[in-house]
Structure formats: C-alpha cells, structure tokens
Design a protein around this ligand. Sequence first.
Ligand code: N01
Length: 541
Amino acid sequence: MTPAAEASANTADFDAIIIGAGMSGLYQLLRLRELGLSVRVLEAGTEVGGTWYWNRYPGARFDSESYSYGYSFSKELLVEWSWSEHFSPQPETLRYLNHVADRFDLRRDIEFGARVKTAAWDEAARRWTVTLENGRRLTGRFLITAIGALSAPTLPRIPGRESFRGESHHTAEWPKEEVRFEGKRVAVIGTGASGVQTIQEVAKTAGHLTVFQRTPNWCAPLHNDKIGEAEMQAIRARYDEIFARCAETFACFLHTPDPRKTFEVSDAEREAVFEKLYAERGFGIWVGNFSDILTDKRANAAISDFVARKIRARVKDPAVAEKLIPKNHGFGTRRVPLETRYYEVYNQPNVELVDLTETPIERITETGIRTSARDHAFDMIIYATGFDALTGAFDRIDIRGSGGRSLKQHWSGGAATFLGFQSAGFPNLLMLLGPHTALGNIPRSIEYCVDWVTGLIGFMQARGLSRAEAPVTSVEDWMRTVRESSAGLLANEVSSWFTGVNTNVEGKGSRILARYSGSAPAFRQRADEVAAQGYRELDLG
Ligand code: N01
C-alpha cells in the first residue's frame, strides 16, 4: 500500500466529530446519537468535564446557583442529583459530569488524551479530516467544536518565567495531586474571578501569601451556603419554574433587572436597594440591579461608590483598601468576581498586596519575583492570569476551511460569525459557544446551542443534504446585530476579555467587538427564526 492509501485505510470515519467532552460535548454527543449518527468525541484531558476538569484550583466553584447551572434536559437527572451547596465546588461539579457520562453511557464514544492539532475541510469528499497530536487521523461529515469560550490559558510574558526553581501552576492547569500551602511562601499573580477564588482559599493555610494585582476588580459577596435534603427537595419541586425563569432573563441567570433607573428613586431607597442586593446570593447586584447601571455613567458611579464604601469598611488598612478599589473602570463593566471573605483576607498578617501599577514586575527570578521595588522570595507562584478568551481555543488548532483558508488568519482582525455557530468559508464546522453566541449562564446557552445544531443536522439528514455554510451576507447581518446590541455599554470602554483584550497574547492588545452583548432571549428568537424558515440564511446543499 502507498503511504497515502495506508493513511486512508487507518482513518476512522464518522458522521460527526466533536472536539471536547465538557458540558457542551457531552450533551451534543447524546443528541446526535438520538439522530442515529456515528459520533466520536475527542478530548485532550483524561476525563470528561472540560472547564471543571481543568480548573481544579483551590476554591474553584460556580458563581451561578448550582440548580440553575446543571443540565435541564433530563427530568430523571434532575430528580436523582442533589447539589450540596448553593454554589457547587469544583469537585462536586466534576462528579456530576462524570455521573452524566455514566448515566447516559457516553464514554464509549469518547477518546481521551486526544488533543486535536489540525482540522482540514475536503470539499470533494465533503468531510473534515482531523489530525491528533499523536498523529492519528479521523474524518467526519460535521466538525463540532465544544472547546469552550474560556479554555486556552495564558501565562504572562514576564522575562525569566522559566527560571523559577519553585513550584508554579496556572489555575486552569492545576495538578490532580493535592497541592499544599502550609508554611509556604506563595505568590498569586492575577485578581480576576479565578484569582479571587484562589486567594481567599490559599490565604487560609499559606505561611505567607503575596498577591500581585495589576487591576483591581469590583467583587461582591457570593453568600454561599449548604443545601440540606429538605431544601433540595423544595428546589427539585421548583425546577420547571427555575428553568423558565432562566429562559426569560437577559443572561439566563435567576436575577432579573430592576426596571427602574438609578435616579428615579430617592437616595434612601437607592441605598436600600443596593444594600439588599449586596446581602443577597449570587449575581443579583450585577444583573438584577437598576436597569441603567451598565450604560449610564452617573448610575454606574452610584453603584461603584456604594461598593467602594463596602470595601473601605471591610479592609482595615485604608491604604490597602484604596488599592483594592478600581479607579479605571466602573462596577460591572468587567466580569464581577463573587467572593467569600475576599477583602478580609487583606486584614490577615500573612497576606500582602503588591500593587503592580506602583511597582511593576520586572522579572521572575530563580527564587521568586522581582518588582521595581524589591525581590520577593517564593516557594510557589500561582498564575491566575486568565485565558485567551473566546477565540484562543480555536487559534490553538490549525483549522483550514475551503481552499485551505486558515480560521486563525480569517479571524486575525476579530472573529466574524453567524450567530456564533458558523464562519463563512468553513462548511460543516459548527461551533458551540462560538464567538458572538449568547453566553451568560453558560449551561443554559450550551443546551440551546446544542439543540439548535442538532436541529440543523436533523433537518439536513431528513433532506439528504450534506453541506452547510454561512454565507458572508448572513455573517455580516449577524455582526450588525452584535454591533448594535453592544452600543452604549460602558464595558466597551474598558479592557478585559469582554472586549477581546489579553496583553499576554500577540495581537490582542486592543479592544474589539469580541462578544454578543444582547439578551439571550433575543439571541434565541433570532436563531429560532432561522430554523423555522428552513435555515434559508445558510447555504445548504
Ligand atoms: O481571568 P481574568 P480569570 N501581569 O482574565 C492578571 C470565568 N471564571 O481566569 O486585569 C500581571 O479575569 C489580570 O490583570 P489585568 C469568568 O467568566 C468563572 O480570573 O489584565 N497581571 C487579571 O487580574 C472570568 O471572567 C468562574 O490588569 C496579569 C488576571 O490576571 C473568566 O473565567 C471562576 C498579567 C486575569 O483575570 C476569566 O477569569 C473563574 C500580567 N502579565 C473564572 N496578565 C466561575 O464561574 C494577566 N494578569 C466561578
């Protein structure tokens, strides 16, 4: 046999290849099996779980309510599973996803330790050829990416990083073995949602913890609590109501915005609303607040001032409190980390805050971190430095569409998609949580996207169609909606992954239209219309 013939004989062929066995990949597998398709899921990790497999850093947990976060598609699953906390810790969520994989017998179609390196569209065969890092090849009619929006971890570009002789871990690549902090001098770089959760946990046992903060974030209390059996029973009885609520809210959380504007009420009433939200569980203070806090500067200043006062009240040293209060962006214009005694950590004698705007990091040394002020010695450095969000996981696979066009190249000035599901020039590539899909409470978005993709494939199957591509006109149309829905948001003026900025990634230093900021119901309405009209906005053949 010629090498080419041999390669082709060894190439397993499927109706659909799914990349990733996280929450999206698992549910997509289940739905495509129902259509009778042959499916192979390729998972880089050694277990199911995706985000909840990789992010095992200390203190990792949901910050949307557990019972609004789990899958809703199976009544049996809802009945048999108990959440032990209002905001489930990572080990429990990983157990849950393993339970789902077992319950629906999903593992037999999942290949673990299978990291996808390249994917190329073959127009003549109307198939994708996928190559793994180990050299194996597979082909599939459809290629479905279930690779997550926040799954490509990034390390800071600080000189000397490789020279550090102690332990170092990125939060999203945390080891499976237990990592202990007792008696150790630990550094955490980064104060986003991952950093905040890590810091408040590590501070409990570390000999000394130094937090390196470049930009403080506006954090609000999580108010987590245990869920007893009786309370879980009551939650089970309300599942229909819970998911119906998630389906109607802006970002699929349980909290609905107050329809009033910030200054429509008296000063006393406004203060009382803020106090109530600050004392309540979850994201209410962000997404259940007065309707104009994210668009009106004066309204935003009011809630920012309220949270700043809380920080000052909770942090004993006024100079430290001031460093923890954001000065270059308002409350909610970046992702709000939810915290549990985070600010009190800075009252502990074993915790120190280094403000990198005053004393930037110059380099990592063999023994620790050198700032412009001095050398800090460490046994461990934790990088809570985030992700190449939204497009990073795509960029890490060499994806080639029609005529060998590279997706990374195609998106180099910013991604362009039709509803986040497809990009022009990449037939039969279907993206779950692709750029410009509605995000919010992620599993709610996942279930919708998987159902939509399943609907499209079922539609094509029933009509003997084998090729689907979003034409440029449809992409342009959706991108117009994306632009319009983002107009007037204060978040547009702030650098964060919301606006596509990651200073650790070449070419991602400036703000772009990185995500869809309209409501989830509006997104679903648009995508439902596309389906109801027979996917006329796609080129099907
Ligand atoms: O990442 P981030 P994350 N030198 O990008 C700093 C989701 N999530 O992993 O702000 C010094 O928010 C960076 O500083 P700056 C959630 O959607 C969910 O924390 O760029 N510092 C920032 O402080 C979240 O939004 C959950 O100035 C550097 C931090 O690192 C998203 O994931 C839990 C630096 C990165 O923060 C990402 O959160 C956790 C450098 N060179 C995460 N480079 C839950 O649902 C970066 N930083 C519970």
